[in-house]
Design a protein around this ligand. Structure first.
Ligand code: SAM
Length: 306
């Protein structure tokens, strides 16, 4: 999938650029015409996130809501970028160091820069990826991907019914469930309101994966700014449920944490680089910034051992 196919975001910025962007996140970008069946009158989580990343897959209702969120959480664009950094570095580590060749990315979002399949297939062109998201806009991208990349598929589906996802024939045909799979639930579990339901979803998915598989998560932390941002999401009938550190740790119950396990976003490093990230590969460059430290989110990788 080329950048022009997918309407990608502008080049990733440095932290200094990000800090400047935090009050004005996305440059004015040309709006893409929506597919006829897609309702753009209501905001959607995926497109609000796309706006924070400076992408083109967002519409007036999404931008309006994103601007409301920015009033209480001006660091949202930096949060989105550090989130992408975790995702990109995690996929790279999983392929290069953990030998993973299959990815199930649920709540994958809309195409942006350095998508999971691009990062994985740059290391091994045979790596297989399934993207699932509940934004119907993914269907548009599915058509492009199906035509150009036989090892990657995109499905519209809902994390709230994990068994239905697991039963999807396209998923079963694309991934070999006898071989390890990396399950990516990056910045999506906080859209499941009920904590027990969220735990059950993760358990159902992990139980379906063979030993030696991995789970990677990012989750927003219950702090004042996140509570305010979530209230805005909920007022627009979108969900948003930050959790406490203890609740987030519950997602790794019964799994083997890798590297530093679950840590705050600013503290995360790939398991093979405990002393920090090297500059150059990252979506955000790392400076001594208070902004990064304040980001209310946790992330980590765990292995499924049986
Ligand atoms: C904040 S974005 C994260 C995107 C991507 N994982 C990343 O980290 O860059 C959250 C994504 O989760 C999707 N999402 C939210 N609730 C979902 C659900 N119940 N089922 C599937 N996808 C969902 C949204 O549409 C959105 O694309």
């Amino acid at each position: 999938m080329s950048q022009s196919d997918t309407g990608n975001v502008g080049s990733p910025g440095s932290l200094a650029e990000d800090e400047q962007r935090s009050s004005a996140p996305a440059e004015q970008v040309e709006e893409r015409p929506p597919a006829p069946e897609i309702d753009i009158s209501k905001p959607h989580v995926a497109r609000i996130y796309d706006y924070f990343l400076g992408g083109k897959n967002n519409y007036a209702a999404d931008r309006e809501m994103a601007e409301q969120v920015l009033k209480v959480f001006p660091e949202a664009p930096i949060g989105a970028r550090i989130n992408r950094r975790f995702l990109i570095e995690t996929v790279r580590w999983l392929v290069q160091e953990a030998g993973i060749r299959q990815f199930l990315d649920i709540g994958s979002g809309l195409p942006t820069q350095q998508n999971v399949h691009e990062v994985a297939q740059a290391i091994d062109k045979d790596a297989r990826v399934v993207y699932i998201d509940n934004d119907p806009l993914v269907r548009v991208h599915a058509d492009v991907l199906l035509a150009t990349n036989p090892n990657t598929i995109v499905l519209e589906g809902d994390l709230r019914d994990p068994q239905a996802l697991l039963n999807r024939p396209e998923l079963r045909e694309h991934l070999d469930f006898s071989q390890p799979i990396a399950l990516l639930l990056v910045a999506v579990l906080h859209f499941i309101e009920d904590t027990q339901q969220a735990y059950d979803i993760v358990k159902t998915l992990c139980d379906a994966l063979p030993s030696g598989s991995y789970l990677a998560i990012v989750h927003t932390l219950k702090e004042e700014t996140m509570d305010q941002a979530s209230a805005i999401y909920r007022r627009a009938s979108l969900s948003g449920h930050p959790r406490t550190e203890e609740e987030i740790r519950g997602f790794f119950a019964g799994l083997t944490p890798v590297g530093r396990g679950l840590v705050r976003m600013a503290d995360w490093t790939p398991p093979d680089r405990p002393n920090g990230l090297t500059e150059g590969n990252n979506v955000v460059s790392l400076g001594n910034s208070d902004v990064l430290r304040k980001l209310p989110g946790m992330c980590g990788i765990a292995r499924i051992d049986r």
